[in-house]
Structures are given as structure tokens and as C-alpha cells.
Write a protein that binds this ligand. Structure first.
Ligand SMILES: *[C@@H]1O[C@H](CO)[C@@H](O)[C@H](O)[C@H]1NC(C)=O
Length: 284
């Protein structure tokens, strides 16, 4: 892979949309983090306008707290769904949450919340201390990710016990409060966290969705009371996934001078005890 840098101009990257390269500037030289009470762990917030894959524009909020070593991102889809992503670097945990609006005229409840918790790898997103320092020159600009990362298909085969969730990440109680009965994770991630010393009481086995031998896809189930294998797809439309380094004659070493932005889609597959908890999953 090519090393990013300031001299890395868009013309050298024909597969990507011709966008200004340093959309956001890390003004590390200035030192002082944004926000009131900076340096005392107060979260810093950045609001950016982003173009969604379907072409619509939405506002995304990015918050970082270098003391808690966490980043959170939130965006509202045009259909009203609120998507949030929380990266907890201290616990190697990331949490996706979807608040899906119900269609009241179809007799659905006001909203449905889902939480998906998986292992965070530290190279997935820029560090929180860099995120805290991100500023944008032009807040009106509509941003589009420079890089589209591959779709990740995840099989969520373990349930997280909400009341024990704090043992996994202190963010879980806030983020997943509305989804207390629908917090999912994966066996492979659980294995890693158990090795890290997380208590096993956090995790509970779920009926096997993976084999899908007995359990049909929700799209094929007519009876709303029947269990089925559900799929939920979400997109992180824009996030700072890498730091860029620049070279200068005045400096002995390359220095951080910006970010590279990414977009990534996720498909979560999980068990639901009733078809009506997965109404968006229609047969194609
Ligand atoms: C969650 O854990 C608590 C404490 O261990 C336990 O009392 C409770 O029954 C568990 N909840 C479920 C749904 O299993």
C-alpha cells in the first residue's frame, strides 16, 4: 500500500472521487484541544456534513475523550434511524447501536433498539488523542469518504447481559440502555475478552443462528411470533480511519498533518425470538 502524505495529490488516485485531500486539518502545533475544560477529559465534539451512499446528506457528530480513551460517532439516516458507534480503546470494545423508528400506522412500537458489541482493533480508527485535536476549516463542506472499506459480515451468536455489561465496557450502560434485551456479540470476541479478564457472567449463549438449519431467515417467516435469523445492515458513512503524515524541510521527521477518511458497511446476523422484532428484513 502507498504511504499517505501531503504530496499525495488526488490525481494519483483515479479510483476515488476528486476531493480536497486535507478535508480536516490536525492542528497539532496549536496544542490546545478544543472544548471547555480541555485537558480535564471533557469530550471534544466535531460536527461534519457527510454524503451517504445513497447520495443524501446528513450531519454526523464525532466526539472524543482522550482521558476515557474513547471516540463516539452518531448520525441520523434519512429514514430517521439513529446510528451510533462507540470505540472504547481501554477495553478493546466497540459498540454499534441502531435506534430504528417503527411505523406506527403498521402497529409497530415507537422505536426498536439494537446493540452490537465487538472487539475493537486499534488500527480501525484514529486514536482518541488525535481525534480530540481534529478541526475543520469549512464546516459547510459535504464530505465523502476517501476510501470505501469492504463489507463486514458478522454472526452475532452470544447475548450480553445488560446488568453485567459494565464489566465489559463502562459505555455499555449508557449506549445500550434502550436495547437491554437486544445486545449481541460473538463467540470469537468473547474468547478474547475472557482472556483479558472480563467476567464470564456478562455473556449468555443464544440459540444457534449460524447453522440456520432449523432457524429460517426472518424474510421467509410469515408468522410474527416465530423465532428467526435476522439481519441488520448499517453503514459508518464517514470516519477518520488513519493519520496522514507530512514531510517538511524544516522538520527532522514526518509529522501528523491530517487524516484519511473511510466508509464501512457492516451486516449483523443474529437470532430474534419473534419475527416481529425484525420487520425490516424482507425477502428480496
Ligand atoms: C443477568 O445477570 C444477572 C446477575 O448475574 C442475573 O441475575 C440475571 O438473571 C441475568 N439476566 C438474564 C436475562 O439472564
Amino acid at each position: 500500500m502507498r504511504r499517505p502524505g501531503c504530496h499525495d495529490v488526488p490525481t494519483a488516485r483515479p479510483a476515488l472521487p476528486p476531493l480536497p485531500l486535507l478535508l480536516l486539518v490536525l492542528s497539532l502545533q496549536l496544542g490546545a484541544p478544543r472544548g471547555v475544560g480541555a485537558g480535564t477529559g471533557a469530550p471534544a465534539e466535531l460536527r461534519v456534513r457527510v454524503r451517504l451512499p445513497d447520495g443524501q446528506v446528513t450531519e454526523e457528530s464525532l466526539q472524543a475523550d482522550s482521558e476515557a480513551d474513547s471516540i463516539s460517532l452518531e448520525l441520523r439516516k434519512p429514514d430517521g434511524t439513529l446510528i451510533s458507534y462507540t470505540a472504547d480503546f481501554k477495553k478493546d470494545v466497540k459498540i454499534f447501536r441502531a435506534l430504528i423508528l417503527g411505523e406506527l400506522e403498521k402497529g409497530q412500537s415507537q422505536f426498536q433498539a439494537l446493540c452490537f458489541v465487538t472487539r475493537l482493533y486499534h488500527n480501525e480508527i484514529i486514536p482518541s488523542e488525535a481525534m480530540v485535536k481534529l478541526r475543520q476549516k469549512n464546516p459547510r463542506a459535504v464530505r465523502q469518504a476517501e476510501e470505501v472499506r469492504g463489507l463486514e459480515e458478522l454472526h452475532m451468536d452470544i447475548a450480553v447481559n445488560f446488568s453485567q455489561g459494565g464489566l465489559l465496557s463502562p459505555h455499555l450502560h449508557n449506549v445500550c440502555a434502550e436495547a437491554a434485551d437486544a445486545i449481541y456479540t460473538r463467540q470469537e470476541d468473547v474468547r478474547f475478552w475472557l482472556e483479558q479478564g472480563v467476567d464470564s457472567s456478562v455473556f449468555e449463549a443464544l440459540p444457534k443462528v449460524l447453522e440456520q438449519v432449523e432457524l429460517p431467515r426472518c424474510g421467509q417467516v410469515g408468522d410474527r411470533g416465530k423465532p428467526c435469523a435476522c439481519r441488520y445492515g448499517l453503514s459508518l458513512a464517514w470516519y477518520p480511519c488513519m493519520l496522514k503524515y507530512c514531510h517538511s524541510r524544516d522538520r527532522p521527521a514526518p509529522y501528523k498533518c491530517g487524516i484519511r477518511s473511510c466508509r464501512k458497511n457492516y451486516n449483523f446476523n443474529f437470532y430474534v425470538p419473534q419475527r416481529q422484532l425484525c420487520l425490516w428484513d424482507e425477502d428480496p
